[in-house]
Design a protein around this ligand. Structure first.
Ligand code: BGC
Length: 745
């Protein structure tokens, strides 16, 4: 902490310190003129600036300045491209500088536990590794421009229903491996200036006063040195919050808690040192922003609009392309159908909503192309049926070579503030797709949605392009992808299940309850579907290209390692086609340890990289794996642990499709100490050579007494305590206790 800040803190009165711990309005920190402490401004994000317009009369969400809307978080994750995400971050950082924003309130990296979460579009993935890596790239990009970020919502905020008060009840291993892991990666790899605590409770403790998570894990274990800020209105008890390490309360609460905090300090209930620590971290944030501010910065909205289109290109996920229906050829007569072509859906609702500079619709992109015709067919805003429009679209579909239906979720179907009721598209859209597919064999569906949908017509259409919510450049980017001037290279950052009921959280998600048990444990998303060998509509990591890629030689630079060492994995990727394109190489690790007592996922993503390959080009891709690729969180030792044994390192096309694999044997440098007790059994003791030397005479005695010829089979499950009970007094309880003490020494 710099000495300037320490000396300011010494000069602050108790009242001033307390007042600094909350904002001055919705978006600013407090100013204290006499000590030269300025106010700084924060703004939502994260897909574009939602800076409150200082000239607007009221503070409605849409009263923000004009800004550029980039693809939503789900799209950035679908790019599987940390370089592009970093560069989006850099652009946003420059925009923040030009608007004098100290920190952008994002990224949000909560796990997509259910396809129904209303904010899924604002989150990255069902997989914590992907979420953490994408978040780190985004944060590093923004912060490289001297602007802070706010990694949110910490943590386990996976639904909107009762979002301020529900309790996420999660066992420790699941918390560590799934719900904290992405935050851990992002904190360690990008050092966000701030972390935003979530609204909800975790295991009975409100996040805004959760010392274990806000201080013991975030700061003490992961080394976070920045400021924590409450989600807007997330504070419950400010005294407990300060003691827990929650620094800044946002927004301004009218000083509602100041008197309580002052009297808690005066009475000794709250140590003043706790308050000082919060104030120091707030001031550190404020001065870091001031010191890094570039008063000369300007931003060019037109340039960033064009850039937003090319970012969208990188995120398109081609889900189906039968008979090479795509790309559409320029001389083909094509019918565009659907209200979304005129009025695209390209961003989510709520605090991330950007007041766009301009919006490219698909019809705008198709302007001047005499081979493209348009029929609305259905409205983009709701599920209403207009029979005349519907029938006109079906009639027009009969006389063209191809039909592109622009379908998606109306704005009111998904947003911050509420969860989706089901996973389906509006019925009118499904009906029209079916009706058109019945009269034209070459139908392509373009989807505009923030989260998975069911596709009852999937076998009747030839093409599906998932654009998600790809920002204000949506139309131009979609058009480029449909016509092949851009080659799709996105991959699904989440599984599309066949039905909502297949999702592992289905039984426990939402409902009219406050306590949500995460009973599926570590089996979120693909971890569940692969374990249950369940068919899905599209697996995690899935996506096609206009190029065709094959894989060559895979190599690991060692066959065994200790968990403090690393292994280098290389694999050749070849573009067999004459179309230049990008491939996402995905690396998963699958434990292959017979008779393990540890429940593990079939495979987990542990590396990915996106590589550009010219026509017929070959490149070698390289990964380095360390302990984190093999470890699970062991609650016996409260630490990550690598079970000794074989692990398959797999190069996959997606979570369901392994292309190449190699096996490596990994052992922990420090094996876990096994604790024995009365319930320890024969077969576990026998594999531990030292333990076996100690207990063997006792089992031998019993074997001889009973005349057992095949002890490995008969006694496999026999406990130490049963020797006492069955030895007919030859072995006493005291002897057994001494034996256990010797074993544990
Ligand atoms: C949201 C945050 C957002 C904040 C400020 C809250 O309701 O959960 O994500 O940053 O408002 O708008």
């Amino acid at each position: 902490m710099d000495s300037r800040i320490r000396s300011i803190v010494k000069k602050l009165t108790l009242e001033e310190k307390v007042s600094l711990c909350s904002g001055s309005d919705d978006w600013h920190t407090k100013e204290i003129e006499r000590l030269g402490i300025p106010a700084v401004m924060v703004s939502d994000g994260p897909g574009g600036l939602r800076k409150q317009d200082p000239d607007a009369e009221d503070h409605r969400v849409d009263n923000s300045i004009k800004a550029v809307c980039f693809p939503a978080a789900v799209n950035l994750a679908a790019s599987f491209d940390t370089e592009i995400v970093r560069s989006v971050g850099e652009t946003l950082g420059e925009e923040c500088q030009a608007e004098n924003i100290a920190a952008l309130l994002g990224p949000g990296i909560n796990i997509k536990r259910s396809p129904l979460c209303g904010r899924n579009f604002e989150y990255y993935s069902e997989d914590p590794y992907l979420a953490g890596k994408i978040a780190a790239a985004y944060i590093n990009g923004v912060q490289s421009k001297g602007v802070g970020t706010s990694l949110k919502h910490f943590c386990a905020n996976n639904q909107e229903y009762r979002r301020n008060s529900y309790d996420s009840r999660i066992d420790e291993r699941t918390l560590r491996e799934i719900y904290l892991k992405g935050f851990e990666i992002a904190v360690r790899e990008s050092r966000p200036w701030t972390v935003m605590c979530a609204y909800n409770m975790v295991n009975g403790v409100q996040m805004s006063e959760n010392r274990r998570l806000l201080t013991e894990i975030l700061r003490d274990e992961w080394g976070f040195e920045g400021m924590t800020v409450s989600d807007w209105g997330a504070v419950r008890n400010r005294v407990r919050g300060i003691a827990a390490g929650l620094d800044l309360e946002m927004p301004y609460s009218g000083g509602a808690y100041d008197d309580l905090v002052i009297s808690a300090v005066r009475s000794g209930e709250l140590p003043e040192t706790d308050l000082d620590a919060c104030v120091e971290r707030i001031l550190d944030f404020v001065f870091k922003a001031v010191d890094n501010h570039n008063a000369e910065a300007k931003w060019d909205k037109d340039r960033d609009h064009i850039y937003a289109r090319s970012v969208a290109d990188e995120c398109m996920v081609l889900l189906k392309n039968e008979n090479h229906v795509l790309p559409v050829k320029s001389d083909e007569y094509v019918l565009f159908v659907g209200g979304f072509a005129r009025n695209p859906r390209f961003q989510g609702g709520g605090s991330s909503h950007v007041n766009c500079t301009k919006i490219d619709s698909e019809l705008f992109a198709a302007q001047g192309n005499s081979k493209v015709m348009y029929e609305e067919g259905f409205a983009s805003e709701n599920d209403s049926v207009d029979r005349v429009r519907f029938d006109r679209a079906v009639r027009a579909a009969q006389s063209v070579e191809k039909v592109v239906v622009f379908a998606g979720l109306p704005e009111q179907y998904e947003s911050e503030g509420y969860d989706r009721a089901h996973m389906d598209l509006p019925r009118v859209q499904n009906d029209l797709i079916e009706a058109i597919a019945a009269v034209n064999p070459h139908v392509i569906v373009v989807l505009e949605n923030g989260s998975p949908v069911t596709m009852p017509w999937i076998d009747k259409v030839e093409g599906v392009l998932e654009t998600y919510l790809c920002g204000e450049g949506v139309g131009v980017s979609t058009f480029r992808t449909l016509y092949g001037t851009s080659n799709p290279s996105g991959r699904l950052p989440e599984t599309f299940p066949l039905r909502l009921e297949d999702n592992p959280s289905y039984i426990d998600f939402s409902g009219d309850v406050t306590e949500i048990d995460y009973r599926e444990g570590i089996f979120t998303g693909y971890r569940y579907y692969t374990k249950k060998k369940m068919p899905v509509l599209f697996p995690f990591g899935y996506g096609l290209s206009y190029s065709s890629f094959t894989y060559g030689l895979m190599n690991c630079d060692r066959e065994s390692m200790k968990d403090n060492e690393t292994v280098e994995v290389t694999v050749d990727v070849i573009n067999e086609s004459s179309v230049p394109g990008k491939e996402v190489v995905q690396l998963y690790v699958e434990p292959d340890i017979p008779n393990t007592g540890i429940v593990r996922a079939v495979r987990e993503l542990k590396g990915f990289t996106k590589v550009f390959l010219d026509a017929h080009e070959k490149k070698t891709v390289r990964f380095v794996l360390d302990k984190s690729a093999f470890a699970y969180y062991d609650t016996d030792i409260s630490d990550w642990y690598v079970e000794p044994g074989d692990y398959r390192i797999e190069i996959c096309r997606n979570a369901d499709e392994v292309i190449e694999e190699k096996v490596i044997n990994v052992v922990p440098k420090k094996p876990k100490k096994i604790i024995y007790d009365e319930n320890s059994i024969y077969k576990d003791l026998k594999v531990d050579h030292q333990a076996w030397r100690i207990v063997k005479p006792y089992f031998d005695m019993f074997i001889a007494q009973e005349g057992i010829s095949d002890p490995d089979e008969c006694l496999a499950d026999m406990t130490l305590r049963s020797i006492v009970g069955m030895s007919r007094g030859k072995i006493t309880y005291t002897q057994m206790r001494e034996l256990i003490d010797r074993l544990n020494k």
